[in-house]
Design a protein around this ligand. Sequence first.
Ligand code: 5GP
Ligand code: ZN
Length: 143
Amino acid sequence: MDDCIFCKIIKGDIPSVKVYEDADVLAFLDISQATPGHTLLVPKQHVADIFAYDADLANRVFSKVPLIARGIKAAFPEMKGLNICNNNGEVAYQSVFHSHIHFIPRYSQQDDFSIHFGNHTDQYDSEALEAIAGKIRAQLEEN
Ligand code: 5GP
Ligand code: ZN
């Protein structure tokens, strides 16, 4: 992908601050440093988002998540938690369309990173939940 910023980083055409590399993945510091140590893990193969992975690529990429997470935790003993995010699609805040996993170390609830999970429990009864799950199950059974 000639116009992909992460492919350029992987090729070395654009500089990055690397934290881990193997045959399948590169991990480097996110330029925005949402919190100190904010790291991105990317497949070396260009895939736009989670929907483009096959099982083998997913295994080679996502199996590295605990390794990177433990490395960040050990490097920042003051870290209290870690958010791991993978944004897919513009509406889900994806801005670079080369799949990547964010590792965002958390130091306190005032560390300038937040996620809001709306709570709509009272809008769903068991029948409504079963209908939703049934739709998803039907797709998974087809594949
Ligand atoms: P997204 O919004 O797609 O989930 O995340 C893309 C991330 O890539 C952003 O957090 C942004 O700061 C980071 N980013 C964008 N361009 C560059 C770059 O040239 N170098 C680095 N290291 N990070 C980048
Ligand atoms: Zn790419």
